[in-house]
Design a protein around this ligand. Structure first.
Ligand code: FPP
Length: 242
């Protein structure tokens, strides 16, 4: 893997926990727990490889439509893991941040656990793990626009100076564009995930359910990424003439 081009920012839509569990005769909750355990294992591997930012979609604003039991289980899992695993992320030197609306219907004790994990890991330097919870890509753009309008009204921002670089500073987190987006479990859509940051991403879809998406599966995504010809709207003349 050493000679490969490693993406700076990777996004993963964590999908297939439920189907992974059902296939094994387990409950959906057990699937979510297995999903968290895989995230815990694979995220240091990804960040140690040289990826600087890893964004994962853990819970969308629409996921609140799931059964009361499933939403309740996930909220408790978030509280438990964000509290318990703080020392793990510090040991791995990973800075954890969250993107999404930190407000209702997200329970206040989940928000508290998110805030404290962010605070506890804020000085870590071996990459950023951005966990999207109560997140929607369109809402992120609307929220950024509201903040921009406020700053224009307050004369803190000159509307004529607004460009993509300044706009991106108003998003939930100061992150770079996503180079590689991975979605597990065979679904080929982006489901309102980081719409701004995905503008020029390479997409990699795999049938593997997220609880099986281990180091080897990630290597396959990197190998595929290295076959892509990224032109950002231009033309790669070197390749074209060959
Ligand atoms: C997708 O599988 C998973 C979710 C919506 C749940 C959230 C993700 C995790 C529990 C892993 C990360 C955990 C933490 C604490 C950050 P699905 O339920 O949509 O699966 P299905 O499509 O097979 O039903």
């Amino acid at each position: 893997m050493s000679s490969l081009n490693i993406p700076n920012h990777v996004g993963i839509i964590l999908d297939g926990n439920g189907r992974w569990a059902t296939k094994r005769g387990l409950s959906r909750s057990e699937g979510h727990l297995a999903g968290f355990n895989m995230l815990k294992k694979v995220s240091p591997y990804i960040l140690n490889m040289g990826v600087k930012q890893l964004s994962v979609f853990a819970f969308s604003t629409e996921n609140f439509k799931r059964s009361k039991e499933e939403v309740g289980f996930l909220m408790n899992l978030f509280i438990k893991k964000f509290t318990e695993e703080s020392s793990y992320f510090n040991e791995k030197n990973i800075k954890v941040v969250f993107s999404g609306i930190r407000n209702k219907p997200l329970p206040s004790n989940v928000i508290k656990a998110m805030n404290s994990l962010e605070e506890n890991t804020k000085n870590n330097t071996n990459g950023i793990l951005n966990i999207c919870i109560n997140y929607g890509g369109r809402s992120e753009i609307i929220d950024a626009t509201k903040k921009i309008v406020n700053d224009v009204v307050d004369k803190k921002l000159d509307i004529n100076s607004l460009d993509e670089e300044i706009y991106s500073k108003y998003l939930y987190q100061k992150l770079d564009p996503i180079d590689l987006l991975i979605r597990t479990s065979g679904e080929n859509r982006i489901s309102n995930f980081m719409l701004w940051q995905l503008a020029y991403s390479e997409f990699y879809f795999t049938d593997t359910y997220f609880p099986d998406f281990n180091e080897e599966e990630f290597d396959k995504a990197i190998i595929e990424y290295n076959k892509r010809d990224r032109r950002f709207g231009g033309i790669n003349y070197e390749k074209k003439n060959n």
